[in-house]
Design a protein around this ligand. Structure first.
Ligand SMILES: NC(=O)c1ccc[n+]([C@@H]2O[C@H](COP(=O)([O-])OP(=O)(O)OC[C@H]3O[C@@H](n4cnc5c(N)ncnc54)[C@H](OP(=O)(O)O)[C@@H]3O)[C@@H](O)[C@H]2O)c1
Length: 307
């Protein structure tokens, strides 16, 4: 795919809905969409409208476990951003995504954009394989849905890895995982929000699969950037897959979120170690400007938290 920053982005004046809109990514995309498309054209679909604060856009109830409710939520919607459902215990994510795709088709939605996962194919013994299979199976559903589609493969959120690094800074100053010297396409949630809002408010990349990533960094480079931005002195150390699983099993906040999530996280590091998450970026092709550098993205995170 070639980059074309000179391309003119023609805005659609369509009703755009975002499902799972109350999450970190959903709220970020909504804010960008309100600016790009106008609040009157934006619909937030959330499972608990009662607890979702939004004064200037339509908010509708839509649960990934209820196809009928979701179809009602999507009535009159032209374009849908289906944010992948989170990994929680005892939830069949592919069944959830299937319900949302069916609901969108039943509601007459014209275009669907799905936030998928980056990467080359994980082999059967790899911990990331189940997560990747849900992503790829959902991609196939979306492509076969009869709607216009875009598969937006999201890089790893640099915001989340930063949290691990900050945790190491507050501990013994060593950030440990099993990613080794592999490179990974990272991106901040803020930059993802810009790219996804652009895909929703224009007819960019119709029926294409794009990687929404920025720089491919090693863990040492990522930690170095975080040290520069936050004034810390963390170093990076590779540990084995089992040691990394043990590390998460010793953290109550991760244990509480379930084994599937821990397996997926360590699986991501395994993919990085094997070079599967080093991907070419389509960010400039989508947005019309290069992605900010990871350093700039981390500075944005720091400045937002300082406010
Ligand atoms: N690329 C990466 O590094 C990365 C990192 C983290 C996550 N992800 C993926 O990206 C997605 C979005 O990330 P995020 O940071 O926005 O996650 P998040 O902040 O955890 O938000 C998850 C969202 O999913 C909603 N949700 C959960 N179950 C639902 C259901 N049955 N029906 C409708 N909505 C439901 C939640 O609603 P409530 O507010 O009601 O709980 C919330 O809005 C995640 O779900 C995950 O698949 C990717």
């Amino acid at each position: 795919m070639t980059s074309d920053s000179a391309r003119i982005h023609e805005m659609n004046t369509e009703r755009i809905a975002v499902t799972a809109a109350s999450g970190l990514l959903g709220r970020t995309v909504l804010a960008e969409l309100i600016t790009l498309s106008g609040p009157e054209n934006v619909v937030a679909v959330v499972r608990n409208p009662e607890t979702f604060n939004s004064s200037n856009i339509a908010v509708r109830r839509g649960n990934y476990d209820d196809e009928t409710e979701m179809a009602t939520a999507l009535s009159g919607v032209d374009a849908l951003l289906m944010i992948a459902s989170p990994i929680v215990p005892n939830v069949d994510r592919l069944a959830q995504h299937t319900r949302v795709v069916n609901a969108a088709r039943a509601a007459g939605v014209r275009k669907i954009v799905y936030t998928s996962v980056i990467g080359g194919e994980a082999t059967s013994e790899m911990l990331y394989r189940p997560t990747q299979q849900v992503g790829r199976a959902t991609e196939a559903l979306v492509k076969d849905s009869g709607m216009t589609w875009v598969i937006a493969r999201n890089g790893l959120y640099v915001d989340l890895d930063l949290r691990h690094i900050r945790r190491a800074a507050a501990g013994d100053g060593i950030y440990r995982n099993n990613a080794g010297t592999g490179r990974c396409g990272y991106i901040s949630v803020a930059e993802l929000g810009v790219a996804l809002a652009t895909l929703m408010s224009t007819d960019q990349c119709t029926n294409e699969t794009v990687n929404l990533t920025s720089e491919n960094l090693t863990q040492t480079e990522l930690v170095g950037n975080a040290n520069d931005v936050f004034g810390s002195r963390v170093s990076y150390e590779k540990i084995s897959i089992q040691q990394c699983l043990d590390k998460f099993h010793a953290m109550p906040d991760y244990v509480k979120r379930g084994e599937e999530l821990i397996t997926m996280l360590v699986g991501c590091f395994e993919c990085i170690d094997r070079g599967l998450f080093e991907v070419s970026s389509d960010f400039e092709y989508v947005v019309g400007r290069p992605a900010k550098s990871i350093r700039e993205q981390l500075e944005d995170v720091r400045d937002r938290h300082a406010q």
